[in-house]
Design a protein around this ligand. Structure first.
Ligand SMILES: [Zn+2]
Length: 286
């Protein structure tokens, strides 16, 4: 059994064939955890999960780029996928989060990727942090873990510094606002040292197609014990190699992520599948 711990079959890219894709996955022993990014896609993730007896689960939350910052800063991105701005309403997410098919709260966290000249960076950072802390309170109220998204700024020149910065801010928040059930850092792209810091706090790390694009993540993969690793596709995005990057990704492709981990760690694919399944079941209590 392979569990895609972070998928978006609940997104528009699958609006015509989402159930077909999910049935195919279940027939092939691939379980799917669909993750919301705002109230509509969170509700849709729960609907998907409720349609299946077993093997389909939901994560609900408000993605940092969908947080309404304030009226003067309503357009923080120029990406049309992320131009939806939402006021976080605790009670609405609480209603969804109580559903027994909801296995975590996410994807939530910090995203500095679209910072550009003229942005009031400090005020955006502050707002993202405030909402994230509210969401930690929610996770603790329903006693569920977090699925965390964290990304630094886009500019190559500042990339390393800014990445470190976003993870640094995140660590600080998690230290000051403990999450009872911990959780997972999805799509982890930090260094092995940063990975250690999160692991010390009790969090696991999830990897996707990004690790198949280059050798850049081999070090963090070899340094991180297999017991702390989850796998995901983040579909429809981040299609793993050897498939074409512009092909729509789906949960069946999570096997390529597993193969890369097995190769880098010098393990049998079957062994990786077995341990990662156990890890995922533990985090999400499924
Ligand atoms: Zn995602």
């Amino acid at each position: 059994m392979i569990i895609d711990s972070h998928a978006h079959v609940n997104f528009n890219a699958f609006k015509d064939d989402g159930d077909e894709i999910i049935k195919k996955c279940l027939d092939n022993n691939v379980w799917v955890v669909n993750v919301g990014a705002e109230i509509r896609t969170s509700a849709r993730a729960v609907e998907y999960a409720n349609r299946y007896e077993e093997g389909v689960y939901a994560i609900v939350g408000l993605y940092p780029l969908h947080i309404k910052i304030d009226d003067s800063l309503s357009d923080i991105t120029d990406n049309e996928d992320f131009n939806y701005q939402e006021e976080f309403i605790y009670e609405d997410y609480l209603d969804l989060a109580k559903n027994k098919k909801v296995v975590a709260i996410g994807e939530v966290g910090l995203d500095y990727h679209y910072f550009k000249e003229g942005d009031n960076v400090e005020s955006i950072k502050k707002r993202q942090a405030e909402i994230f802390i509210e969401i930690i309170r929610l996770a603790n109220e329903v006693d569920k873990p977090l699925s965390i998204h964290c990304r630094g700024v886009k500019s190559r020149k500042e990339l390393d510094h800014a990445r470190a910065d976003a993870y640094k801010d995140l660590l600080e928040i998690l230290k000051n606002n403990p999450v009872n059930k911990k959780g997972v850092l999805h799509s982890f792209v930090g260094s092995y040292k940063t990975a250690r810091e999160f692991r010390e706090l009790g969090f696991k790390l999830s990897f996707n197609g990004i690790i198949t694009y280059s050798e850049s993540y081999d070090k963090v993969l070899t340094d991180t014990p297999i017991e702390d690793i989850l796998v995901e596709t983040d579909c429809p995005y981040l299609t793993p190699r050897p498939l074409a990057r512009d092909e729509r990704n789906d949960p069946m492709n999570v096997k390529y992520v597993i193969e890369k981990i097995a190769k880098v760690k010098g393990m049998e694919v079957e062994e990786v599948i077995k341990i990662v399944e156990k890890n995922t079941r533990e985090v999400f209590e499924i």
